[in-house]
Structure formats: structure tokens, C-alpha cells
Design a protein around this ligand. Structure first.
Ligand SMILES: C[S@@+](CC[C@H](N)C(=O)[O-])C[C@H]1O[C@@H](n2cnc3c(N)ncnc32)[C@H](O)[C@@H]1O
Length: 192
């Protein structure tokens, strides 16, 4: 069975094309950033966010020479103010891999409030047919609450978005699941 992270990569491969702009909201060791950088190619752009300097320096090694990538030592909840204004409506994919950095400090973990703020901004930045992927981990303290909060927010999204969830049905212990949101129509226009 494919893991949630592998499925996220498959979904992103379907959606991102050369020249696109994309965001890795949780860079960590840079695996997702590297995937996005390969898909958008030298004519595209990838913006990466993480709050850990150690994570970003590991990722920078992996991403050496990929000029299309810019890494930001910043919480993803600030993404809208860090990105150029031209990014609004042209982001093809935003990847979230929640939780803590494997092999890193477990105390540095994504939190529901900032994750939800970042999710709202990510949805606002999406192009039509653009997607957000979120892998959530219910197994660590706070992880189940974060996953539930994210799911609740996504269940309330208007018809401009289409959302789906993949997870294992017969697991004996909590396992990560994947949520995918696609923008299927433009933002509602204010009445004239
Ligand atoms: C599961 S790891 C990401 C793994 C990564 N996708 C990879 O390929 O290696 C989660 C990451 O989220 C980061 N993080 C925690 N809070 C954050 C925030 N507010 N904004 C951005 N990143 C955050 C952690 O520092 C950690 O590196």
C-alpha cells in the first residue's frame, strides 16, 4: 500500500508543469521541495518555508544548484506576506507535511492555529486546478487534534474547492492520512 507521502507525490506529479510556481510549506529535509523543483524546472519557482535553521541547511544541500528554489526561514503562516503579489492566483501546488522533522527536535512541531492560518493563505494563492496536499500525523501528542482541525476546516470549504481524503481503513494504530484540496473555480467576486 502506498504511504500518504508517496500518494501526495503522485497527486502533485499530475498537477505541476514546467514553468509553474509552487510552495513547500514544511521544507524539513527538502524531499518535497526537490520534487516540486524538478516538476517546475528552471523556468518555474518554488518557495519553501520552515522554522528550523537546521532543516533549511540540510535542505539547501539537497537543493544545491536549483535556482528556481527560494528557502525562507519563516513560519508558513506568513507565506502570503513573503511571496510576491504576482503569486496570488498562480500557485499550482502547496505541499504540507505536518508534524515534526524525522530525526530532528520533536518539540518543534506544526501547530493547529498556524497550520490553519497557512492553509487559508495557501487556498487563496491557488490557481484554478491548483492543489493543496496535507499529510497529517495523528500519532504524536497534538497530532490528532491538528489533523482533526485541518479536516474540519476543509469540510467547510465552499464549492470553489473540491476536497478528498485518503487513509488506511484497517490500521491497528493511528496512521498518517492525506488530504487534497483542488481549486475548481475562481474566488467569489464581491457584488457590484
Ligand atoms: C514532517 S517535517 C517535513 C518533512 C519534509 N517535507 C521533508 O521532505 O523532509 C515538518 C516540518 O515542519 C516544520 N515546521 C513546524 N512549524 C512550522 C511552521 N509554522 N511553518 C513552517 N514549517 C514548520 C518543522 O520544522 C519540520 O521541519
Amino acid at each position: 500500500m502506498l504511504r500518504a507521502t508517496e500518494l501526495a507525490h503522485l497527486v502533485v506529479r499530475q498537477s505541476v508543469r514546467p514553468g509553474d510556481w509552487a510552495i513547500d510549506a514544511t521544507v524539513g529535509n527538502g524531499h518535497d521541495t526537490a520534487l516540486l523543483a524538478g516538476l517546475v524546472g528552471p523556468s518555474g519557482r518554488v518557495f519553501g518555508f520552515d522554522v528550523q535553521e537546521a532543516a533549511l541547511s540540510a535542505a539547501a544541500q539537497r537543493l544545491r544548484g536549483l535556482e528556481q528554489v527560494s528557502l525562507h526561514l519563516s513560519g508558513h503562516e506568513r507565506m502570503a506576506s513573503v511571496l510576491p503579489t504576482a503569486a496570488r492566483g498562480r500557485i499550482a501546488a502547496v505541499m504540507f507535511n505536518l508534524g515534526y522533522l524525522p530525526g530532528g527536535a520533536r518539540a518543534i512541531v506544526t501547530e493547529p492555529q498556524t497550520t490553519l492560518a497557512a492553509l487559508d493563505q495557501a487556498l487563496d494563492l491557488l490557481a484554478i486546478r491548483g492543489i493543496v496536499t496535507l499529510v497529517g500525523y495523528p500519532g504524536h501528542p497534538g497530532g490528532a487534534d491538528e489533523a482533526a482541525a485541518v479536516r474540519a476546516r476543509i469540510e467547510q470549504l465552499p464549492d470553489a474547492f473540491s476536497a478528498a481524503r485518503w487513509g488506511r481503513l484497517n490500521a491497528r494504530a493511528p496512521v498518517p492520512d492525506l488530504l487534497v484540496v483542488e481549486r475548481v473555480a475562481g474566488p467569489a467576486r464581491p457584488p457590484p
